[in-house]
Design a binder for this molecule. Structure first.
Ligand SMILES: C[S@@+](CC[C@H](N)C(=O)[O-])C[C@H]1O[C@@H](n2cnc3c(N)ncnc32)[C@H](O)[C@@H]1O
Length: 216
């Protein structure tokens, strides 16, 4: 049976602002628990308010590793004012721009998981360019344009250790199903075509791939 988070963590996940449905969350959690056995950090691109981070943090706690989460906290294109995914509560009233960092910190604090998470605040490609540590799992859930999804793949996938997992969210093979574009699907195809990754599971729009070879 796949590992599942404790009921209080699942409740915190469901209470947190965010976009991930429970079945995808459970698949992400199971992947994180499995990858955590490598004894290397788990990394997420796209923190938002910490909904999915909670699951990585709980798996990281169990494995005795760190969960890292990358976001500039200014929101993706589709989360800006006037767009479908905008939440006015995420706007900094003083600056009038999105800032999801306070909500993220509240989410983690309420769940008692702060000490298991390192928040990396900045643009994903800038942080990736400085990165040099192998990772047990990379979860890509950042910007959904081709520019951002491709940069996340190119920046982070090479750091997935042999046997580690690359998890991609919002993979929609059928354009009729997608809400935020098909860039994650194109990245998923590219990962498979590279020969470096082999598909492990698909849960709705969440794909789990294992690093089985070199050459990304
Ligand atoms: C779809 S949301 C993440 C949802 C989150 N994983 C959850 O489960 O609720 C995408 C996030 O990626 C962030 N983002 C988009 N492009 C980024 C970039 N180039 N660098 C860093 N963060 C980025 C946005 O600020 C936004 O918070």
């Amino acid at each position: 049976m796949a590992p599942a988070p404790e009921p209080e963590i699942l409740a915190a996940f469901e209470a947190a602002k965010g976009f991930m449905p429970v079945d995808e969350g459970l698949a992400l959690y199971a992947a994180a628990v499995e990858a955590g056995r490598l004894g290397l950090p788990l990394l997420e691109v796209g923190t938002y308010c910490g909904r999915s981070t909670l699951l990585l943090a709980d798996a990281a706690r169990a494995a005795g590793v760190a969960a890292l989460t990358v976001d500039h906290h200014r929101g993706s294109e589709e989360q800006q004012p006037g767009w479908d995914y905008h939440d006015p509560e995420t706007v900094d009233p003083e600056l009038g721009v999105m800032d999801t960092l306070p909500a993220f910190r509240r989410t983690l604090h309420r769940a008692g998981l702060e000490e298991h998470v390192v928040a990396l605040v900045g643009r994903s490609p800038q942080i990736a360019a400085l990165w040099n540590t192998p990772l047990a799992l990379v979860f890509v859930d950042g910007g959904h344009t081709d520019e951002h999804a491709t940069a996340d793949y190119e920046g982070w996938a090479p750091h997935v250790a042999e046997g580690g997992l690359l998890v991609i969210h919002d993979v929609f093979p059928d354009p009729a199903d997608e809400f935020t574009g098909q860039a994650p699907y194109r990245v998923y195809l590219r990962a498979l075509a590279s020969g470096a990754f082999t598909e492990v599971s698909a849960t709705d729009s969440l794909r789990v791939l294992r690093r089985t070879g070199p050459g990304i």
